[in-house]
Design a protein around this ligand. Structure first.
Ligand SMILES: Nc1ncnc2c1ncn2[C@@H]1O[C@H](COP(=O)(O)OP(=O)(O)O)[C@@H](O)[C@H]1O
Ligand SMILES: N[C@@H](CCOP(=O)(O)O)C(=O)O
Length: 318
């Protein structure tokens, strides 16, 4: 469930008056998602997504996210830009939260992607990277490599409450990843999505209709984006079984739209382990700090630990 902030109908109707989108017809909270409050809003002018940004999205990052979406949309990429109000403003305040009215995109996110769907999704990332080569803005990756050791230390011995021995296991992972991580100038850097999981790709059949949820977007190694995507798409839910055909289809699709250098290909196994560590740590922190009866569903950190060990045991990018 991700509707943390309730927006009264009267408040929403008044808010919509700022835009050229017609009158409010209906508004329903969207259960999916974990970070923000999202509503599907129908007006006499069409359908829209209303997002209220909750504590994890910093208001001063919104101009970067909105500029990124506008840049991609201008280049014909399947992303949902914010709808400007009559004065051209995209970022607003509603119920004491930063808020945007966003273009609605059709499609559903797949839970068990087929190779054809993985190929299309990989191609969509390649197209997005191509369109971002001339995007001039930077955003530090707040969930990037420098944040992993501090987050591990913040979780501390409590990790053993998730599973006995987990603190020592995670310490070894942090050491392994950080000791081998490429220098900042070793690989091409660019604006990346950084969270392109299946639930952030909308599809109709084998066609990608939307790339959404850019709220971790940042500047980092471009190949790290592909590594994140591989960890999220090419495994079963437990993270124990690697679906090599899905991973290969993803890479094939990507390379059909954007070239991967030899150095980037060689770095992928380590970048993937870094991605596993990043999502293991953020999930572990949330697991330890979200009450079991909270409205939001906690995501399993062990599923990312399992993926980490799978990448450590064999190189699926060979
Ligand atoms: N532009 C959009 N068009 C259609 N549906 C959307 C759009 N943006 C979000 N959604 C729906 O809302 C859900 C949650 O959005 P998301 O951005 O992933 O939330 P969160 O940031 O809280 O994780 C998505 O799974 C999707 O169903
Ligand atoms: N993809 C991350 C969590 C972020 O959730 P999202 O709904 O904003 O994509 C994970 O799976 O740990």
């Amino acid at each position: 469930m991700a509707v943390y902030t309730q927006v009264p109908a009267e408040t929403l109707a008044a808010f919509l008056q700022r835009f050229d989108v017609g009158e409010l017809v209906s508004a329903k909270g969207i259960a999916e998602g974990v970070e923000n409050s999202n509503y599907l809003v129908e007006t006499t002018g069409g359908r829209f997504i209303l997002t209220l940004y909750e504590k994890r999205v910093a208001a001063n990052d919104l101009p970067f996210f909105m500029a990124l979406l506008d840049h991609l949309a201008d280049q014909g990429q399947p992303v949902p830009p914010a709808i400007p109000d009559r004065k051209g403003r995209e970022i607003h305040e509603l119920c004491d939260r930063p808020a945007c009215l966003i273009k609605f995109l059709p499609g559903v996110s797949v839970s068990h992607p087929t190779p054809a769907q993985a190929r299309s999704a990989g191609a969509a990332m390649g197209g997005m990277h191509d369109a971002l080569t001339d995007f001039g803005r930077d955003r530090h990756n707040s969930m990037g490599v420098e944040s992993w050791k501090p987050l591990f230390q913040k979780c501390g011995d409590d990790l053993d409450r998730i599973r006995p021995g987990l603190h020592a296991e995670a310490a070894a992972m942090v050491e392994e990843v950080l000791s081998g991580w490429p220098a900042a100038d070793a690989l091409p850097r660019a604006a990346i999505h950084a969270d392109l999981f299946p639930d952030n790709v909308l599809m109709l059949g084998d066609t990608v209709t939307g790339l959404i949820d850019f709220y971790f977007a940042c500047t980092d190694f471009r190949a790290y984006d592909l590594a994140v995507m591989h960890t999220a798409w090419a495994f079963d839910a437990s993270g124990e079984t690697l679906h090599a055909n899905i991973g290969n289809a993803l890479l094939d699709g990507y390379r059909s739209r954007f070239a991967l250098s030899e150095a980037e290909r060689e770095a992928l196994p380590l970048l993937a382990r870094g991605a596993c560590l990043r999502f293991f740590l953020s999930r572990a922190w949330d697991w330890l700090n979200t009450p079991a009866d909270a409205l939001v569903t906690r995501k399993d950190p062990i599923a990312y630990l399992n993926r980490y060990h799978r990448y450590a045991a064999a190189n699926p990018f060979a």
